[in-house]
Design a protein around this ligand. Structure first.
Ligand code: GTP
Ligand code: MN
Length: 631
């Protein structure tokens, strides 16, 4: 017998689509789709299964409706987002918070009822004249404890196409789970679009997250970071779910790093947007398991990790043959790739920092473009947007890790935290223990805002664990969950701090882009306890001789003592100032910061002051003890 929602759906869907939807026996799902139709009023509804035919239909429709245009290389397409829709929009992304509830001050929020009225008002009738696409995808490997089923209703074939590339298909999984599927739901509409098929009312852009019903609303936007509900929007819901269930959902890449005797060691890394996740996960010769969102579970005392996603939505700026040969290769070979917001001329994509002079005209996110073209404020429009991106399935990559879909995940050996810290932290260091790492590197992570979010660039801020934008529980609870998680593990992953963006007095980066490969190999050997270290007040740093050997082995470069001094001298004043900022942030913004956090910060301050007393404000690594006790 049909349930009431299905009866309603019967009048809105044709037989074939009704059959597809009814095959998933889940009341809440049927209610969600029925409500979405009632609210958005699409002309038609199309339900996608996992069949090759349905997957291809989405791709074809994105092209037919000109949400994407084919490029010269087989499988490549281009999609444009509006001028004011070029990144995640923090201002208009809010949690819907019930009256009795309260999230940390640092999190953007709106009273739930008020927010719902507002966003539903904007979604009302928004799909008239268009088709609503109903998609079933999953987060985490299928048939696994990690798995979370998701449904997204959207009127964008580009969003549907992106889902194909970035996530695992979930129609069959949802059918299997039926009433047991506790899915995350997203309702998205582009709103009014102009003749270029671009959302034309950016002032009415809203992205609201209702954690009381695990539902995301997104309207008047197309940028995938705002519209593909499974990405950072679902991450916010996942963090709450993980909090309830005792595991962790993190903003991290996952990579298999090769070491001695053919072994492979899995490392994870948290970096704020545009600070190094994808570029670290795509190091030549290593494998990529994920580049953005990782789930951790403690299983039998081991930290098991899985990628929530199955594809990359990566930044294309500065991808060139020298710095990112692996990504560059993917973007120049035939295969399914969606480019967004690059410059297109004669069917070829061009981007900033590609190592080639772009043409002086073409089509880009501003429409027909020529060099010198200005926006309405009189600012010159670059040939491509800094946050131009590509979407590609991980399976399409030669370096994709074979364990991507392993339901058990992989055992994690190390975690790194890094941001754009121009002044204080050394390029790589190892924490003294789990707690020190979580607090001194994770919860103390400072970075500068980047082009990946809309707003001013280069503004220093604390972005704890690189995940602050997405933490939908109190920040203090989130930190505590991380601290507690380590206690469930026999050998918790070693926690490292990295900083690819340290600068010298003249404002120049002290490292090259490929140096991160050396840090990663150093971490791999540290995890296996094969090499020594130098103990400094902020953490254990590499010995010069190990780096000299690794730079030669990994990059065929001669590493000098001068470089070592420049990169690894402990800047005491900068580090003390950093501690003050971090402590202030936690005292003011984190209502329930764990007391251990302040204890770890205090000890770090004491170590720095003691070292300063003995050696001064700038302390060369040679002043500190090597782990064999020799000076
Ligand atoms: P999201 O995908 O937005 O979450 O960002 P991400 O963390 O994956 O950042 P990604 O690895 O794509 O790097 C973003 C930017 O940082 C690019 O413009 C890179 O060129 C730049 N970048 C990456 N590594 C380095 C480095 O070692 N040094 C410097 N100076 N820039 C780097
Ligand atoms: Mn990335």
């Amino acid at each position: 017998m049909l349930n009431t929602h299905l009866k309603l759906l019967e009048s809105k869907l044709d037989r074939e689509n009704l059959r597809k939807l009814a095959a998933i026996a889940n009341d809440r799902l049927h209610a969600f789709v029925a409500d979405a139709i009632e609210l958005c009023r699409p002309d038609a509804v199309w339900v996608s299964t996992d069949s090759a035919e349905d997957i291809e239909h989405t791709r074809q429709m994105a092209l037919r409706l000109r949400e994407e245009t084919p490029l010269g290389t087989r499988g490549h397409t281009i999609h444009f987002d509006g001028m004011e829709d070029q990144g995640r929009d923090r201002e208009v992304t809010k949690y819907l918070v019930p009256k009795a509830d309260m999230l940390s001050k640092a999190l953007n929020q709106i009273e739930r009822e008020t927010g719902l009225v507002e966003v539903c008002g904007l979604l009302k009738g928004s799909m008239k004249g268009r088709t609503m696409v109903v998609r079933f995808m999953t987060l985490g490997p299928n048939n696994s404890e990690f798995n979370i089923p998701c449904v997204e209703c959207t009127d964008s074939w580009y969003v549907s196409h992106s889902l194909n590339l970035l996530y695992r298909l979930g129609y069959e999984e949802c059918k299997r789970l039926g009433e047991k599927a506790q899915f995350f739901a997203t309702l998205h509409s582009c709103g009014k679009v102009d003749e270029r098929m671009v959302s034309s009312e950016p002032d009415k852009k809203r992205i609201y997250i209702d954690y009381t019903t695990d539902t995301v609303y997104s309207v008047n936007t197309q940028y995938a970071g705002n519209t593909v509900g499974l990405k950072k929007l679902a991450l916010r819901l996942t963090i709450r779910k993980a909090d309830r269930e005792g595991w962790l959902a993190e903003h991290m890449f996952l990579s298999g790093v090769h070491g001695k005797g053919g072994r492979k060691t899995y490392l994870a890394g948290a970096f704020p947007s545009a600070c190094g996740k994808t570029s670290t996960a795509m190091l030549p010769g290593e494998t990529i398991l994920g580049d953005d969102i990782a789930y951790f579970r403690a299983v039998g005392g081991k930290c098991m990790a899985a990628n929530a996603e199955a594809g990359i939505f990566g930044i294309i700026q500065n991808v060139n043959a020298k710095d990112d040969p692996v990504i560059r290769d993917v973007l120049t070979r035939p295969g399914e790739v969606i480019f967004s917001n690059v410059l297109v001329k004669d069917g070829r994509p061009y981007w900033l920092g590609m190592g080639e002079e772009p043409p002086a005209d073409g089509e880009n996110f501003s429409g027909v473009w020529h060099k010198g073209k200005k926006d309405t404020k009189g600012t010159e429009i670059p040939c491509a947007h800094k946050n131009a991106r590509y979407a590609v399935a991980l399976r399409a990559l030669k370096n994709c890790d074979p364990e991507l879909d392993n339901p058990a995940g992989v055992e994690l050996a190390g975690i790194m935290y890094g941001g754009r810290d121009a002044k204080a932290y050394v390029p790589v260091q190892q924490s003294f223990d789990w707690e020190h790492g979580i607090v001194a590197y994770g919860a103390s992570l400072e970075t500068e805002t980047t082009f990946a979010t809309i707003g001013k660039e280069g503004v220093p801020e604390i972005n704890l664990m690189s995940i602050q934008d997405f933490v939908a529980i109190s920040l203090g609870k989130y930190i505590r969950n991380n601290l507690e998680f380590g206690k469930k593990l026999k050998n918790p992953p070693i926690v490292f701090g990295v900083n690819y963006f340290l600068k010298d007095r003249d404002g120049k980066f002290v490292n090259g882009v490929s140096d991160k490969h050396v840090w990663v190999k150093w971490m791999e050997q540290r995890v296996h306890n094969e090499i020594g270290h130098v103990r400094t007040p902020t953490g254990s740093i590499p010995c010069f001789e190990d780096l000299q050997r690794l730079f030669k082995e990994v990059l065929d470069k001669d590493y000098s003592r001068e470089d070592y001094l420049k990169q690894f001298t402990i800047r005491v004043l900068e580090n003390l100032a950093k501690l003050d900022r971090v402590e202030k942030f936690h005292r003011e913004n984190v209502d329930d910061a764990p007391i251990e956090l302040f204890a770890v910060l205090d000890s770090q301050r004491e170590r720095l002051l003691e070292a300063q007393f003995r050696f001064g404000d700038m302390i060369a690594p040679d002043c500190f003890l090597h782990d064999d006790g020799k000076r």
